[in-house]
Design a protein around this ligand. Structure first.
Ligand code: GH3
Ligand code: MG
Ligand code: MG
Length: 344
């Protein structure tokens, strides 16, 4: 940046000195403005025309631009519009310096997005106050943006399960409530699958808690990989339990998803020498499919899937059961992945 960029001589020892870009073709004007700004504790960059201003702006992203309305290579207004159209994460104010103060000119100043103006001959006291106000506005805006980003990150954190990186229980309940009501309005089927890892206590006892954590992460990843529709939600429902919400999905669709997940877990083949049903980690699952009654509560589908899961456990594990309220009948299936693979 060479001579265009001057290090600050702070009068009040500020460490977070804001940067002001001066755009004026007259070296004398730039010099005077620079002195005033440095006395106020700002860092200063300079440009002698519009093209240089755009270059310097892109590199340094100043908080404020003091822009002369008359430039040798383009109109100050055009330059202002160009500067403000540059995509920047930083908020920049433009203060125009004009020769006259007529209505048309003032309208143009604000039309191109400048925040304020001063007229020549410059009243230094007025300029100092306007610069201070605009810098404060810019800093406030930056703080707001940062706070907003932080909030967004926190909002994501409170909906994600830390260990497995799928949705947490809180997000699950929020989502199933929303989808339950949507399916009730549209009179469409909602399916829910609850998975529970078989003999997981003995897995931890055999391989250690850290290996248990790793297994849970892998299982969550596999379930997530199988699920295809954007509206499907995988969540960690409890310790070694996962839930899968499938909107607009009937019995057949949900059964297909459960089968694909069973196969994928079989392929994952995490050894479990102390499982009583397989040499590998297996899942049991309870499925439920319901077209919700308007005004009813989503607890209904959780209870139905939970009951089916209980039945799958009672039936020997490594299988899934479907509690199908859709056709007012129970459709229980025992699909042992190990058995399918042996038969196939
Ligand atoms: P079942 O086949 O009946 O489901 O038997 P189980 O052993 O899986 O069920 P149980 O409810 O007796 O035990 C669940 C186990 O899951 C016990 C607990 O230590 C383990 N578990 C729960 N959350 C975590 C976790 O975050 N990490 C690890 N490593 N283990 C967990
Ligand atoms: Mg359990
Ligand atoms: Mg279990």
């Amino acid at each position: 940046m060479g001579e265009n960029f001057s290090a600050a001589h702070s009068e009040n020892n500020r460490t977070d000195q804001s940067l002001v870009l001066i755009v004026d073709d007259e070296a004398f004007n730039r010099q005077q403005l620079r002195l005033l700004l440095e006395q106020s504790g700002y860092r200063v960059a300079q440009a002698k025309d519009g093209t240089e201003a755009i270059n310097v702006f892109q590199q340094l992203r100043p908080e404020l631009v003091l822009l002369n309305a008359i430039l040798p290579d383009m109109e100050g207004f055009e330059c202002c519009a160009k500067l403000l159209s540059i995509d920047s994460t930083k908020y920049t104010s433009v203060l125009m310096i004009t020769e006259l103060e007529d209505t048309e000119l003032i309208e143009r100043v604000f039309l191109v997005g400048a925040m304020d103006y001063v007229t020549k001959p410059i009243n230094w006291q007025v300029l100092r106050q306007r610069v201070r106000r605009l810098i404060e506005q810019s800093q406030l805006h930056q703080k707001l943006l940062a706070a907003n980003e932080k909030l967004q990150r926190l909002a994501t954190l409170v909906t994600i399960d830390f260990l497995t990186q799928v949705a947490n229980r809180r997000r699950f309940e929020e989502y199933i409530d929303q989808e339950w009501r949507r399916m009730a309005r549209e009179q469409q089927p909602l399916s829910l699958i609850l998975f529970d890892v078989d003999f997981f206590k003995s897995y931890n006892d055999t391989y250690g808690h850290l290996a248990g954590d790793r297994a849970l992460r892998e299982i969550a990843r596999v379930i997530k990989d199988v699920v295809q529709r954007p509206a499907d939600l995988v969540a960690r429902y409890g310790g070694e339990e996962f839930a899968l919400v499938l909107p607009n999905t009937d019995t057949l669709g949900a059964t297909g998803v459960a089968q694909r997940i069973s196969f994928a877990i079989q392929r994952l083949a995490i050894p479990h020498i102390n499982s009583q049903v397989s040499s590998h980690v297996t899942l049991s699952a309870g499925l439920a499919t319901i077209i919700p009654e308007p005004g009813s509560n989503f607890d209904e589908i959780i209870a139905a899937a939970d009951k089916a899961l209980y039945q799958a456990k009672a039936a020997g594990r490594d299988c899934f059961k479907h509690n199908n309220r859709l056709m007012d009948m129970k459709c229980n299936m025992r699909v042992s992945v190990s058995q399918i693979l042996m038969a196939g």
